[in-house]
Design a protein around this ligand. Structure first.
Ligand SMILES: [Zn+2]
Length: 191
């Protein structure tokens, strides 16, 4: 196990990719594999790996911060946390239709689910307890949470428009399966 989170943080530990991401620990209960694995990437032969590079601004460094400041506290509170989408290389983000400036591309965002806890419940806890850049309750199905050097603490709920199925984002968290009409405000989220 390469214990990055508690071990050597010298810049540029390794730029090679010939290591097993399952053996690289980002926080006490999270490995790099959990942040880079992707069914879509596997199916389309997209290489979604990243080097172990702890320099500021590098995806790996951002994932370390994301794991330590968001994922591990969630794990400590709720037990199991499933990362359904973590880091996305540009090709993967394009392929799955992610936002052009998606923070997933920089290792700054994760989509998560907690077994046995509603996404609304998870998002509510994050809002009350953690520092984040953007927190989005997506379609009552999963939670998108991101970090940034200057956190915006922006909180949104995403709904699907009834006709077009287009995503519509409204401020704050809403436990509803339809869009509250009075809150039809469009944002440009980076989910
Ligand atoms: Zn996301």
């Amino acid at each position: 196990m390469i214990d990055v989170a508690y071990g050597n943080r010298r810049p540029g530990v390794s730029s090679a990719l010939n290591f097993d991401p399952a053996t690289v620990r980002l926080a006490q209960n999270f490995t790099l594999l959990e942040f880079i694995r992707s069914g879509a990437a596997s199916r389309h032969q997209i290489d979604n790996r990243i080097p172990i590079d702890c320099r500021p601004g590098q995806p790996f460094r951002n994932l370390l911060t994301l794991a330590e400041t968001v994922l591990q506290p969630l794990r400590d509170e709720f037990g199991t946390v499933i990362i359904t989408s973590g880091y996305r290389c540009k090709a993967l983000n394009l392929m799955i239709g992610g936002a052009v400036n998606s923070q997933h591309q920089f290792g700054q965002a994760a989509d998560i689910q907690v077994p046995g806890v509603s996404p609304y419940g998870v998002a509510t806890w994050i809002e009350a307890n953690l520092t984040f850049d953007q927190l989005i309750l997506e379609f009552q199905e999963w939670v998108h949470v991101s970090i940034a050097a200057t956190p915006r603490l922006e909180v949104l709920t995403a709904f699907r428009a009834a006709a077009s199925r287009k995503a519509i984002y409204t401020p704050s968290l809403h436990l509803a399966d339809s869009l509250p009409l009075e809150l039809k405000v469009n944002h440009e989220p980076t989910s």
